[in-house]
Design a protein around this ligand. Structure first.
Ligand code: GLP
Length: 312
């Protein structure tokens, strides 16, 4: 074995401490106006398991409303699919009750089918207008959904990323989860560093989404989507998953190895992720009881005399 000289050893020790300090400072410092890091969740995902999808929607809506309350000019990353629908309904209720004012908020959607116009009944643009935007006091000029009809996708995708940067970056990114572990339309084997680009949809995703179209043949084969690298730059991430159909993907995302084969597993690299699940979606988690226990402790800490954070 080669011997390490004394000055070198001292150098190694300093290096280890410097790297540790950098990691701790990096992960625990919160950008201004973002949701504070949950006390127990430093360096891990916060996993919240609730009895039903209704409770998932209510909790998620409060989470989003709180972000906007803390920072009215928040930039929200929004998702489509059936999972966030309940959350959007709850947000509309909060808005009607005077608890969700998004007059200064900016939004960026994750993805859009290529070939569908904003007026197509299955386009994500249409989905957002019909299920959320039209009920809120949001300025539509600040609501961005990728253009599925762009003429030059290469430059369009670059400009979408630039728009996000110009707006100051995404404060809170809402995500659903594909049954194969995809986020947005980042299908399995997507680069974990990917940016907004075109992506071919897998047969699994087309089959899953065929329920919204008249036939499988009508489901587009291509989508324009934020990349995994784009998503990981959001300051906070909130992922929702409901139903037994998501249990396998949820398990791989939280407890599996980080792999491009399960794009959502890349969220393990992010320092501020909250995952809210209903019981069926949490059904395959090996550490399910541990997450429930952590959550109880977390709630206790937050209610404690020294905590300024209140999540409920
Ligand atoms: C699509 C969307 C994803 C969404 C997924 C799951 O693929 N691009 O953003 O998370 O569907 O959808 P659902 O919530 O309907 O299961």
């Amino acid at each position: 074995m080669p011997r390490v000289s004394f000055p070198h050893r001292v150098g190694h020790i300093f290096l280890v401490f410097a790297v540790r300090k950098a990691i701790i400072v990096g992960y625990t410092s919160c950008p201004p106006n973002s949701i504070p890091q949950p006390l127990l969740s430093l360096l891990t995902m916060r996993v919240i398991i609730l009895p039903s999808s209704t409770e998932v929607s209510q909790r998620a809506a409060k989470f989003i409303a709180r972000q906007v309350e803390r920072k009215p000019t928040s930039v929200l990353g929004l998702a489509t699919g059936s999972t966030p629908l309940g959350t959007y309904r709850e947000l509309i209720k909060l808005h009607e009750a005077g608890h969700f004012d998004c007059s200064q908020t900016t939004t960026f959607n994750l993805d859009e089918y290529v070939g569908l116009s904003p007026d197509h009944g299955q386009s994500y643009s249409f989905f957002m207008r019909e299920n959320l935007f039209k009920y809120l006091n949001i300025d539509l000029a600040r609501c961005h959904v990728p253009d599925g009809l762009a003429e030059d996708f290469e430059s369009y995708c670059v400009s979408y990323e630039q728009e996000i940067q110009k707006a100051g970056g995404i404060d809170l990114q809402l995500l659903g989860l594909g049954s194969d572990g995809h986020i947005a339309f980042n299908e399995p084997t997507s680069s974990l560093a990917s940016r907004t680009r075109l992506k071919a949809l897998t047969q699994q995703t087309r089959l899953d989404n065929a329920r919204f179209f008249d036939s499988l043949a009508e489901v587009p084969t291509l989508a324009v989507t934020m990349g995994i690298g784009t998503i990981l730059e959001a300051r906070n991430i909130l992922l929702l998953a409901c139903g037994a159909k998501k249990a396998s993907a949820v398990r791989s995302m939280i407890e599996g190895p980080i792999s491009s084969f399960v794009p959502a597993s890349a969220l393990q690299l992010h320092a501020n992720v909250t995952v809210i699940l209903d019981e069926p979606a949490a059904g395959w988690l090996i550490k399910r009881d541990y997450y429930l226990a952590c959550e109880q402790v977390q709630q206790g800490l937050e209610k404690g005399p020294h905590s300024s954070i209140s999540w409920e």
